[in-house]
Design a protein around this ligand. Structure first.
Ligand code: BV8
Length: 256
């Protein structure tokens, strides 16, 4: 059922009621939830030098093979922005919600690590994490964070794997690469078992992540969206709240 005539206030009240009633909650977030932490969204991010590239063309193995320095520099600039950013009221509201319900799963497409810094525990980073690097030839698993600091701060060229000498690369899922199997399986299970499924700050165009809310809908969950703009989900969900994560999440969770 839709609430086409409800004003945002009525929708917020309806969402507050859903929050009260729901014991099994799953949330999918996208780049929009980090916008108010000063990290441009994935589709808006390409400014200045990077405006000549589409992110989908840089975030690929082919791009890295063709021009590792350019791709590495793009990630180094994004990593610096992440280091300078802090979780916002939206990230914090989700971590406080988790502490109040029996079952809470946070599925994020974001690679910025801000949900973990906000205190979220049951967190699935289905597209990896920009603060980790790994060997391009997969000879070692992720390097430890302090090693990363050394590697990324010292290297203005693409650093090499200490084990095999191949390039190191960001530990993120590039377009055309499979998502971590265990992570995406957990995400779909959470969607199937949720009473309430919330989508925050995602354009819902990247797959297979965009299939997770659809699975929640098909499994009988009440599905809600928070986004300042319409998305392909907006006409499918039970409630589509127009607004920003940092503004609406504290309100709907009674934390403002
Ligand atoms: C794969 C890491 C199997 C890298 C990212 C169907 C099935 C399977 C695959 C496909 C398919 N169709 C197409 C594909 C291929 C592809 C795909 O989906 N392409 C898209 C472009 C159509 N998918 C893949 O390649 C995936 N792999 O399927 O493997 C396979 C194997 C071989 C061949 C084929 C398939 C891998 C996808 C993962 C890619 N990696 N990130 C990096 O970050 O560098 S995805 C990247 O996009 C980010 O993670 C980002 O989060 C994600 C999605 O974007 P959003 O998060 O939604 O961000 P966006 O900017 O788009 O939107 C922001 C939203 O926020 C907007 O709606 C805006 O209104 C809103 N907003 C703005 N401000 C606020 C706000 N909301 C709230 N508050 C605010 N203040």
């Amino acid at each position: 059922m839709q609430y086409p005539d409800a004003t945002t206030n009525q929708q917020i009240k309806r969402m507050q009621q859903l929050v009260q009633e729901s014991a099994r909650v799953a949330v999918l977030t996208g780049a929009g939830i980090s916008a108010e932490s000063g990290i441009p969204t994935f589709r808006d991010a390409q400014t200045g030098y990077w405006s000549r590239f589409r992110p989908e063309d840089l975030a690929t193995e082919e791009a890295f093979r063709r021009d590792p320095e350019t791709v590495w520099r793009w990630y180094a600039e994004r990593r610096a922005a992440v280091h300078a950013a802090a979780p916002n009221a939206g990230h914090i509201a989700l971590s406080r919600w988790e502490a109040r319900v029996p079952s809470f799963t946070l599925i994020t497409q974001n690679v910025d690590g801000l949900h973990a810094r906000a205190g979220s525990k049951n967190l699935i980073e289905i597209h990896g994490n920009i603060l980790r690097v790994r060997c391009f030839a997969r000879c070692v698993s992720y390097s430890r964070r302090d090693e990363i600091e050394v590697i990324t701060s010292a290297a203005d060229t693409v650093p090499r794997c200490p084990e095999c000498g191949d390039y190191l690369r960001p530990d993120v899922v590039w377009f055309g690469e499979n998502l971590p199997e265990a992570g995406i399986a957990r995400a779909f299970t959470a969607a199937e078992q949720a009473d309430l499924f919330l989508c925050v700050g995602t354009s819902a165009v990247v797959y297979p992540a965009a299939m997770v809310p659809q699975t929640a809908l098909e499994s009988g969950a009440t599905v809600v969206e928070i986004n300042p703009e319409e998305t392909p989900l907006s006409t499918l969900v039970h409630l589509s709240l127009r607004g920003t994560a940092a503004d609406l999440l504290p309100q709907v969770l009674g934390l403002d």
